[in-house]
Design a protein. Structure first.
Length: 338
């Protein structure tokens, strides 16, 4: 008889990497260089595309997490992005001096406080949203779409009540303004910050889901919730935590998107929801890694096409989605049982 206890982690086969999907963005960047012609323009476009991709990922990661692990379609996700952006005003008012100070540590501290406050506000809202709106409609996608859209409308009107209907202008912290000049290329400083934060969030999500006991329980709960309950774990609490975490990530995305736009409106989150859904579909419904690659792919294509053929820029995202789905109908990184 085989001694199962003798099996060690080192003897388990390593997961296969899908190099065809992983190399899409590097190949696209390499192919764009001769088309753009100028190396400095290519650097600027690529840096802008990577930064935009990271911001799209931050806004989409919470939704793909909720859908992938809970099978919940939350059309109200956009309002969490908006509320996360507006929550910055709770910080920017009292700490206005930090924003105007020409000090990178103070400006980074201000950004960190904005992120913490926005994530706390949207996490609390997500807890209420899950209990009042989502919980009664688990396992019914049609009802989820209807009730979350209704919740979105109510929340948008609440933003108007609290902060007013007029757009609110904000300014970037002093150290994030301007650009870093590399030869003849210029890269905006804020885009560098966005790339760094996006990478940190992606690494953290991948680590938690794939390398921790909590991530193992969540993924096991998706595959076989009855077995997880039989082992003594409260699967309902795990899923509530996932929804709260997804809402908090939307708040983080709202902060980064708000600083990028420098104008806050109640509908700013819904304006990007079509793009968010495109990214999630391209990556594979529920795949965090696919969401990351899809965000970068969409943003890079939009930047390159906008430079080479401006008239096609508006439809470039749809074209990318159509091509990817023609190649892989379930997305770049399809999730099991989806």
């Amino acid at each position: 008889m085989t001694d199962l206890g003798a099996t060690t982690p080192a003897s388990l086969p390593a997961p296969r990497r899908d190099w065809a999907a992983l190399l899409l963005c590097p190949v696209l960047m390499a192919a764009a260089l001769p088309l753009v012609g100028s190396a400095s323009s290519w650097v600027t476009l690529t840096a802008a595309g990577l930064a935009m991709g990271m911001m799209i990922f931050l806004m989409a990661s919470g939704l793909t997490l909720v859908f992938g692990l809970m099978d919940v379609i939350n059309f109200g996700h956009g309002v969490f992005i908006s509320i996360g952006a507006y929550a910055m005003l709770l910080v920017l008012g009292p700490l206005a001096g930090w924003a105007e100070a020409d000090s990178l540590p103070l400006n980074l501290a201000l950004l960190a406080v904005c992120i913490v406050v926005a994530m706390a506000v949207t996490a609390a809202l997500g807890l209420v949203f899950e209990r009042v709106i989502i919980r009664p409609v688990y396992r019914s996608h049609l009802k989820q779409i209807l009730v979350t859209m209704g919740g979105m409308i109510v929340a948008e009107q609440a933003i108007h009540v609290v902060w007013g209907a007029s757009p609110v202008a904000i300014r970037l912290p002093e150290a994030f303004r301007g650009a870093i000049v590399i030869g003849d290329a210029a890269v905006e400083r804020y885009r560098v910050v966005a790339v760094a934060i996006g990478l940190v969030v992606f690494a953290g999500m991948s680590l938690v889901l794939n390398r921790t006991r909590l991530g193992l329980l969540i993924r096991a709960g998706v595959e076989n919730p009855e077995m997880v309950e039989a082992l003594g774990y409260r699967i309902r609490r795990l899923f509530v935590g996932v929804f709260v975490a997804g809402s908090a990530l939307a708040g983080l995305g709202g902060v980064m998107w708000g600083f990028y736009r420098q104008t806050l409106t109640a509908g700013m989150g819904m304006e990007v929801m079509v793009l968010v859904f495109i990214v999630i579909i391209i990556g594979g419904l529920g795949s965090v890694g696919g969401c990351f690659v899809g965000s970068l792919l969409v943003a890079l294509v939009a930047n390159y096409v906008g430079f080479l053929a401006p008239k096609l820029a508006l439809v470039s995202n749809i074209l990318v989605m159509a091509l990817v789905l023609a190649w892989r109908p379930q997305g770049l990184f399809p999730v099991a049982r989806r």
